[in-house]
Each structure stands twice: as structure tokens, then as C-alpha cells.
Design a protein around this ligand. Structure first.
Ligand code: NAG
Ligand code: NAG
Ligand code: NAG
Ligand code: NAG
Ligand code: NAG
Length: 147
């Protein structure tokens, strides 16, 4: 029984690390003022969750390096491009994970040519389990270049 509980806990920990996946309709280089599609995918999860809302934001990488351990995106979202409901859907033939597309405009300022930026999606959700719901807040991001 104990063994099973450990396995279940491990599975839950792995599951908790699966989050939203961010893609765009660009090659990773965008210009200030450009409109782009942000594809927010929700990979299939082992336990059900309720999506409450998301925030899409763009943040300048400090010293051009968003992988620096001192960079904590949840403390500085900088430019918010969208906030509101997130309602991912399957495509008609279910060949892709559930997703929703958002059209956002790359801010004119303060980003400049040559900058590296983080495009983040902060997720507010509820994990549903038999014991009761728990809060999920995650901020995955991808890095992009400003042309
Ligand atoms: C969302 O955008 C992606 C990439 O542009 C596209 O492949 C996909 O079909 C779009 N999904 C919907 C529901 O429009
Ligand atoms: C990406 O596309 C832009 C034009 O939209 C182009 O200027 C740039 O060279 C491309 N970058 C790469 C790495 O392919
Ligand atoms: C981007 O979208 C906004 C509003 O959706 C629109 O006013 C603007 O003309 C678009 N810009 C480009 C370059 O397509
Ligand atoms: C980042 O900031 C958030 C909010 O202040 C905090 O909860 C979290 O522990 C920080 N993460 C790291 C890795 O320092
Ligand atoms: C399923 O969707 C994919 C991607 O949207 C598309 O390429 C494919 O042709 C579709 N297949 C069918 C049978 O509709």
C-alpha cells in the first residue's frame, strides 16, 4: 500500500509539471507593432483540471538572458498583452492537443531591435481531485527575438 502511495505521489508530481505549451505563428523573431498568433496548448493531463484564466505577457530578458537563475518572471510580467478566459478546444479531428489561439500585438515599446524577450502565459487553474480542488498557478514562457 505504501509503495502504491509513493508511486501515486510521483505520478502526481510528474503530472503537476506538465503545463501549458506556448507556440506562435512566427519563427521566433518579431517586430514591434507586429500582430502574432499565440497558440496556447493544453496537453492531455492524467487528472482533470478547470481553466480559470490566463495572462499573456512579454518581458525583456535581463542582460539578454532569461535562463539566468536570478530571473523570476512571476515578479515582472512587464507588458500584459491579454488577460481573461482560457477555453481550449480540440480541433475537429483531435489530431492536436486542446488549444486556443490568441492574436496579440507585439508592444511598440520598450523593446528594441536585438532584444531577447520572454513570451509568457500565466495560468490560473484548479486541479480536481477526490480530496478537493487545489490551486494551480504557473508561468511557462518561451524566449523570442525582437527584429
Ligand atoms: C491556431 O493557430 C495555429 C497556428 O497558426 C493553427 O495551426 C491552428 O489551426 C489554429 N487553431 C484554430 C482553432 O484556429
Ligand atoms: C525570421 O523571419 C524574419 C522575417 O519575418 C526574418 O527577418 C528572419 O531572418 C527570420 N529568422 C530566422 C532565424 O529564420
Ligand atoms: C493589428 O491588430 C490591430 C487590432 O486588432 C489592428 O488595428 C492593426 O491594424 C493590426 N496591425 C497589423 C500590422 O496588422
Ligand atoms: C518567483 O516569485 C514568486 C512570486 O514572488 C515566488 O512565489 C517564487 O517562489 C519565486 N520563484 C523562485 C524560483 O524564486
Ligand atoms: C486533421 O487535422 C490536421 C491538422 O489540422 C490536418 O492536417 C489533417 O488533414 C486532418 N485530417 C482529417 C482527416 O481531417
Amino acid at each position: 500500500m505504501k509503495y502504491l502511495a509513493v508511486l501515486t505521489a510521483l505520478a502526481a508530481a510528474c503530472y503537476a509539471q506538465t503545463g501549458l505549451v506556448i507556440e506562435t505563428n512566427t519563427n521566433g523573431t518579431v517586430s514591434p507593432g507586429q500582430n502574432m498568433t499565440v497558440v496556447v496548448l493544453k496537453p492531455t493531463e492524467s487528472a482533470p483540471s478547470i481553466e480559470v484564466a490566463i495572462v499573456i505577457a512579454m518581458t525583456q530578458c535581463p542582460d539578454q538572458d532569461c535562463s539566468s537563475p536570478s530571473f523570476n518572471i512571476s515578479q515582472d510580467l512587464e507588458r500584459v498583452l491579454y488577460y481573461g478566459p482560457y477555453n481550449p478546444q480540440y480541433s475537429s479531428n483531435r489530431t492536436e492537443p486542446q488549444h486556443q489561439n490568441f492574436t496579440v500585438q507585439v508592444p511598440q515599446t520598450p523593446f528594441e531591435s536585438g532584444d531577447k524577450v520572454a513570451l509568457s502565459v500565466t495560468r490560473f487553474a484548479l486541479d480536481e481531485s477526490a480530496a478537493g480542488d487545489s490551486v494551480v498557478v504557473q508561468t511557462p514562457f518561451i524566449t523570442m527575438n525582437i527584429d
